[in-house]
Design a protein around this ligand. Structure first.
Ligand SMILES: [Zn+2]
Length: 145
C-alpha cells in the first residue's frame, strides 16, 4: 500500500468535494502515485476529509452552491453576469442612438439622399414633370398619368 504524503492529504482535503475519482486523478498526475478508490475513501475517513461531491461555481470557485441552470453559475455570479449583459445592452443602445443622430452612416445616407434628389430633379426638368408626378412615375415603374 502506497504511503500518503502531506501533499496528497492536502489534495484530498482540497479536492474531496469533487469526488473520489477526481482526487485519484489529481494525486496520480501530481504525485505519480495511484491509490485505489477504496484506499482513498479509507484515508479520507481517517483524516476526516469529506469526499461528498458538491457543486462548484466555475466562475468564482464557491463550493456547495446551487448552480443556475441557464448560466451554470452560482447565484452571485449569475447576478454579476446579468449586470454585465444589461450594461452591454445599454451601451449598444447608446451607440445606436449616437449613430442615428450623427456619424459616418448618417453622413453617407445624407450624401446619397442629396445625390438622388439631384438626379431626380434633373430627370424632372428634362421631362417637364412636377415633383409629385416624378415620384408616382418611379413608384409605379410606368407612366401613371
Ligand atoms: Zn460564483
Amino acid at each position: 500500500m502506497a504511503r500518503w504524503t502531506m501533499r496528497q492529504e492536502e489534495i484530498l482535503r482540497e479536492h474531496g468535494h469533487r469526488g473520489v475519482e477526481a482526487v485519484r486523478a489529481i494525486i496520480a498526475e501530481e504525485c505519480g502515485v495511484v491509490h485505489s478508490p477504496h484506499a482513498i475513501e479509507m484515508h479520507a475517513h481517517r483524516i476526516r476529509a469529506s469526499l461528498r461531491e458538491r457543486k462548484v461555481c466555475p466562475e468564482c470557485g464557491a463550493v456547495g452552491v446551487p448552480l443556475n441552470l441557464r448560466t451554470g453559475l452560482c447565484p452571485k455570479c449569475t447576478v454579476f453576469q446579468h449586470v454585465e449583459e444589461q450594461a452591454a445592452l445599454s451601451e449598444m443602445l447608446a451607440q445606436e442612438r449616437m449613430q442615428a443622430c450623427s456619424g459616418k452612416a448618417l453622413d453617407e445616407a445624407k450624401k446619397e439622399y442629396d445625390a438622388l434628389r439631384q438626379r431626380n430633379s434633373r430627370f424632372r426638368r428634362k421631362h417637364g414633370l412636377s415633383a409629385k408626378q416624378s415620384i408616382k412615375h418611379s413608384l409605379n415603374g410606368q407612366d401613371g398619368a
